[in-house]
Design a protein around this ligand. Structure first.
Ligand code: AGP
Length: 632
C-alpha cells in the first residue's frame, strides 16, 4: 500500500532492500508487487519567476523526465487570477491536452509518477492538495500509515491511497498548528521517517516554492528573475546551467530572486552555485535506464557546445579551411565511417572537392594514390581504433596532411595527426555511439560551409538544439515504431546519397544493439537482387531529406510497398511528401539549415534503442562488441 515514488539513484539499492523488507513486514506476499528497480523513478519540476510561464516550463521539464518511466502526471499552477491543478493518467501528451486552453501563472509544480502501490489513477497522481498545501513528492514516507491514523483522528480526510497525500496533510496540519511554515517544516522532518524530495506551494504565499530533501535527489536551478526545482539537472538544462544540489535534511524557500537555504537544524546554509559543464555527469548515467539513452538526451547540449566553440555570433566558422585541397580522403571505421560518408556528400556538394571515404581496415592494404600534401581526415570517437591509427600513420608516411576529428582528448589518433578537431561530445560510455556520431557529422557539416553561415542560416542553426530536444521527447512515437519492428528477423533501410549514409548508420545502430539482421541499401540498388527478400510485413525504413532525389526514392519505396513491406518514412518537412505509399512517417522540421539528413539519424537511434529495449538486450554493452577496437 506504499504509494508515491522513489527516485534517489544513489540510494536505490538501499531503498529497494528497505522497501522489500517493509513490504514483507506489512503486506501478505501474495499481494506483494515487488517493483523492478528500474521502475523506481519519478520526476519533480517546479518554477517560480516574474514571467507568467510556469505552465510551459513544467510541461517541458516533465517531458525531459519521461525517460524515468511513469504512468501518470500532473501539474499545479498559481497565477494572479486563477489557479489550476490538473492530473492525467498515461503519457504527458494527455496532460498537455487538458491544459492547452489554460493560461499560465508564474508559480507551479509538476510531477511524473510511477505507481508502486495505489493504482495509477488520477486520485493517486500528484500534485496532492490538502488544505492550503499543494505538494509533489518522490520517495516513501515509511510511517505514513501511523501519521494518517493520527490525522484522521484529528478530522483530516483523504482522497488517495498514497503516502504523499499524508505528507501534504501533515504539513497543512502543522502549519495550521504553528502558524509558521519554518516551524511546520522542522516538525515535519522530526515526525516523518523515510526518503523524500518534496516541493510544495501555498495559497496565500504565491511568491515561493518550499522544498524539503531527504534521500531523494533535488536540485534548484537559477535563471534571471526566476528559479527552478527539479529531480535532476537534465530537466532544466535548457533553461539554466546554474544550480545547487540539496543535501539530506536541508530545506529551502525558493523565490524568483533566489533561495533561502536551511540545514537540518534550521540554521542558514549557503551552497556554492555550480555550473553544469556536462563533464562530471557523463560517466554517470544518473537516473537514465541506459547510458545510450542518456547520451541521446545529451545531444542538444552537444550541438550547443559545438556551436559555442566553433561558430561566432556572426556565423563565422572557426574550423580548418579545406577549399585549397584538390581531393580529400577520409579514413574511419563503423559509425565514424558512416559520418565520413556524410562528410563526403557535404564536401562534394558544397565545396566541390572530390572525396574518397575509405574503411581504415582496407586502406592499410590497398594501393594508395595519395600525393604529397593531399588531405587525409581520420574520424574516431575513441581516438584509439587500431585500424584508423594505422591508416593515418600510412597517410603521414606518404606525405599527406593529416587531420583528426576525434572525441577523446589526447588519444593516440589525436596525438598522431598534424591537426585535430575535438568533437566535444563529452565521454560516451555506451558501446553504440550516438552523440559522438552526431557531433562528428555536425563538425563535417560546419567544415562544408564556405567560411560563414548567412544570418538566417545562423538563426536556424542556434535553434537546432531545441528542435532536437523536441524530437527526442516524442518517445511514444519511437516506441510505437519499435513495436512494429522488434519481432522481425530482417529490417531494411533505403535512401539515396546522403540519406543512404544515414541509412547505413541507422542499420548499424539497430543490429548492434538489438541483434536483428539489418541492411542498408542505396535505394536504387535494392531492385538488383535484395528486393527478393522483401515479404509481407518486412519492415523497410526509408530516409528522404533531399528534395532532388525525393521522387526517385519514393518510386523505390513503392517497389517494396507493392511487395508487402511495412514502410517507415523518415522525411524532411521540406520535401512535402504526401501519399499512401508509406505506413508510418516521422517528419524532420524544415528550418534545419541543411542539417536535415544529420538530424534524421536521431529518430533512427531512438527506434533502435526502443527495439533493443523490447527485446531485453544488453543495450549499453552489446555482445561481442567493445567501445574501442584497439586491435587490428
Ligand atoms: C558504433 O556504434 C560502433 N560502436 C562502432 O562502429 C564504432 O563507431 C567504430 O568501432 C569506430 O570507433 P571510433 O569512432 O572510436 O574509431
Amino acid at each position: 500500500m506504499f504509494g508515491g515514488c522513489y527516485s534517489g539513484f544513489a540510494d536505490r539499492k538501499l531503498y529497494i532492500k528497505n522497501k522489500i523488507e517493509i513490504i514483507t513486514k506489512y503486506i501478505p506476499r501474495k499481494y506483494q508487487q515487488i517493483p523492478k528497480e528500474e521502475n523506481f523513478l519519478c520526476g519533480i519540476i517546479g518554477y517560480i519567476g516574474k514571467e507568467k510561464r510556469a505552465l510551459p516550463v513544467l510541461l517541458s521539464g516533465l517531458k525531459k523526465l519521461e525517460y524515468r518511466g511513469y504512468d501518470s502526471a500532473g501539474i499545479a499552477v498559481f497565477g494572479e487570477d486563477k489557479d489550476f491543478l490538473v492530473k492525467s493518467v498515461g503519457q504527458i501528451v494527455n496532460l498537455e491536452k487538458k491544459v492547452e486552453h489554460l493560461d499560465s501563472g508564474n508559480l507551479g509544480i509538476g510531477h511524473t509518477r510511477w505507481a508502486t502501490h495505489g493504482v495509477p489513477d488520477e486520485k493517486n497522481s500528484h500534485p496532492h492538495r490538502s488544505g492550503s498545501i499543494t505538494l509533489v513528492h518522490n520517495g516513501i514516507l515509511e510511517n505514513y500509515m501511523e501519521l494518517k491514523q493520527k490525522l484522521i483522528a484529528d478530522g483530516v480526510s483523504f482522497e488517495s491511497d498514497t503516502d504523499s497525500e499524508v505528507g501534504a496533510a501533515l504539513l497543512d496540519y502543522l502549519y495550521y498548528k504553528t502558524g509558521d511554515m519554518m516551524k511546520a517544516i522542522m516538525e515535519f522532518k522530526k515526525m516523518v521517517k523515510g526518503s523524500y524530495a518534496i516541493a510544495f506551494i501555498l495559497k496565500g504565499l504565491e511568491d515561493r516554492i518550499f522544498v524539503i530533501k531527504n534521500l531523494s535527489p533535488l536540485v534548484i536551478g537559477f535563471g534571471i528573475d526566476e528559479c527552478y526545482v527539479a529531480s535532476d539537472i537534465h530537466a532544466i538544462l535548457d533553461k539554466t546551467k546554474k544550480y545547487v544540489t540539496l543535501e539530506d535534511g536541508e530545506f529551502a524557500i525558493v523565490k524568483s530572486e533566489g533561495i533561502e537555504l536551511y540545514d537540518y537544524d534550521g540554521e542558514h546554509r549557503e551552497h556554492e552555485i555550480k555550473e553544469y559543464d556536462g563533464a562530471f555527469a557523463d560517466s554517470d548515467k544518473g537516473e537514465f535506464e541506459h547510458f545510450m539513452l542518456k547520451e541521446i538526451y545529451d545531444e542538444p547540449e552537444v550541438i550547443k557546445t559545438i556551436l559555442m566553440k566553433y561558430v561566432t555570433d556572426q556565423g563565422y566558422v572557426n574550423l580548418p579551411d579545406l577549399s585549397n585541397y584538390k581531393n580529400i580522403t577520409i579514413v574511419a571505421c563503423g559509425s565514424a565511417w558512416h559520418a565520413g560518408l556524410v562528410g563526403k556528400y557535404l564536401f562534394e556538394k558544397n565545396l566541390h572537392i572530390p572525396v574518397t571515404v575509405e574503411l581504415a581496415s582496407e586502406f592499410k592494404y590497398k594501393s594508395s594514390f595519395l600525393n604529397e600534401g593531399d588531405l587525409v581526415i581520420a574520424i574516431s570517437q575513441s581516438g584509439e581504433t587500431a585500424d584508423t591509427l594505422a591508416a593515418i600513420k600510412i597517410a603521414s608516411s606518404l606525405g599527406a596532411h593529416t587531420l583528426g576529428i576525434v572525441n577523446v582528448k589526447e588519444s593516440s589518433i589525436a596525438r598522431e595527426v598534424d591537426e585535430v578537431i575535438y568533437t566535444l561530445a563529452g565521454s560516451e560510455i555506451a558501446v553504440a555511439t550516438t552523440k559522438a556520431y552526431l557531433a562528428q557529422s555536425t563538425i563535417l557539416f560546419l567544415m562544408s560551409v564556405k567560411d560563414k553561415l548567412e544570418k538566417d542560416e545562423y538563426k536556424q542553426m542556434v535553434k537546432v538544439p531545441l528542435v532536437i530536444e523536441k524530437m527526442i521527447n516524442e518517445r511514444a512515437v519511437y516506441k510505437e515504431l519499435a513495436d512494429v519492428i522488434y519481432e522481425h528477423d530482417d529490417v531494411f533501410f533505403i535512401g539515396r546519397l546522403i540519406d543512404y549514409a544515414i541509412c547505413l548508420e541507422g542499420s548499424l545502430k539497430l543490429k548492434e544493439i538489438s541483434y536483428i539482421h539489418s541492411e542498408a541499401y542505396a535505394a536504387g540498388e535494392l531492385k538488383h537482387g535484395t528486393i527478393s527478400l522483401i515479404r509481407e510485413g518486412t519492415p523497410v525504413i526509408s530516409v528522404i531529406t533531399d528534395e532532388k532525389i525525393r521522387d526517385k526514392t519514393i518510386s523505390n519505396i513503392k517497389e517494396v510497398k507493392s511487395r508487402g513491406a511495412f514502410v517507415i518514412l523518415i522525411v524532411s518537412e521540406r520535401c512535402n511528401v504526401i501519399g499512401d505509399f508509406y505506413d508510418k512517417k516521422v517528419i524532420i522540421p524544415k528550418e534545419m539549415v541543411g542539417l536535415e539528413a544529420i538530424i534524421s539519424s536521431i529518430p533512427l537511434q531512438l527506434i533502435a534503442y526502443e527495439v533493443a529495449r523490447l527485446r531485453n538486450c544488453s543495450i549499453d554493452k552489446p555482445r561481442n562488441l567493445a567501445k574501442s577496437v584497439t586491435v587490428e
